[in-house]
Design a protein around this ligand. Structure first.
Ligand SMILES: [Zn+2]
Length: 264
């Protein structure tokens, strides 16, 4: 089966979501409790419903604001924070930032190590640490490189991360030990049964990410080669740079920065 989607809006649903958006549930079913007004909903359901209409993951205080604005409920920020860290319908997207599965974030992941574990197991081959960082940022995750490196080193033993020598760290390759077993364990965790859609197809998500990682690495290679061409053009020793003014050089350097950054 393919990854289930809401019959009303077509957005994809994660393993722990209902078989429709909460926002679209009342039109479909009786007796579920969601026909009650939002004034009687649980806080986590309010947050899911608010996130359903966001275009991308948002910070927790923005979820709080959206709940007040869209559903007319004031929720206590510490309660919301605690729920978003534990209710698996919320997908972690960076420190204090959460979305839903529909925002292309991984279910059940709560840390940079957990994220790397999934990605390395799905890709099933060693990759440069800088490629890993690029792919994660390009996929929408928000973090500092130093946090990623720290998390990988700290959790290397437990998660089975292995780094190829030599230093420095950012130039090393990283892989995960027993990728196939890790994939199996991830698939087991995400294979949640749903009365309407059957078992959630975790293997399909793993395949999707295998392809996404390969695409991200290609994208980084492409940007780096454009950067290298621009570099040559502003190199003072290159004949191509003879007519380059300081202003043009500054603009080119800014462009190179933007190309190298995955945020672009
Ligand atoms: Zn929907």
């Amino acid at each position: 089966m393919s990854i289930p989607a809401c019959p009303t809006c077509g957005r994809e649903l994660g393993p722990w979501e209902y078989s429709t958006c909460l926002s679209h549930l009342p039109a479909l079913r009786d007796g579920t409790g969601f026909r009650r007004p939002p004034s009687q909903w649980a806080i986590a359901d309010l947050a899911v419903a608010a996130l359903e209409s966001e275009a991308a993951p948002v910070a927790i205080h923005d979820v709080q604001r959206a709940v007040a604005r869209d559903l007319g409920r004031d929720v206590y920020l510490p309660s919301l924070t605690a729920l978003m860290g534990t209710d698996r319908r919320f997908c972690w997207s960076g420190r204090g930032v959460y979305g839903l599965f529909r925002h292309d974030r991984l279910p059940a992941v709560r840390t940079l190590s957990g994220l790397s574990r999934f990605v390395l197991a799905a890709f099933d081959a060693p990759m440069g640490l800088s490629d890993l960082s690029f792919v994660l940022k390009w996929s929408g995750y928000r973090f500092q490189d130093v946090s990623l490196e720290g998390a990988l080193l700290r959790d290397a033993e437990e998660a089975g991360f292995r780094f190829a020598w030599p230093a420095p760290l950012c130039e090393r390759e990283i892989r995960i030990v027993g990728a196939r077993d890790v994939r199996r364990s991830i698939a087991r965790e995400l294979s949640v049964p749903d009365p309407d859609n059957g078992i959630w197809p975790a293997e399909e998500l793993i395949e999707r990410w295998r392809a996404k990682v390969a695409e991200g690495i290609d994208e980084r290679t492409r940007r780096l080669s454009i950067s290298a061409e621009s570099m040559a053009a502003i190199d003072p020793d290159s004949p191509a740079s003879l007519t380059v003014t300081d202003e043009m050089r500054a603009a080119a350097l800014a462009e190179i920065d933007a190309l190298r950054s995955a945020d672009a």
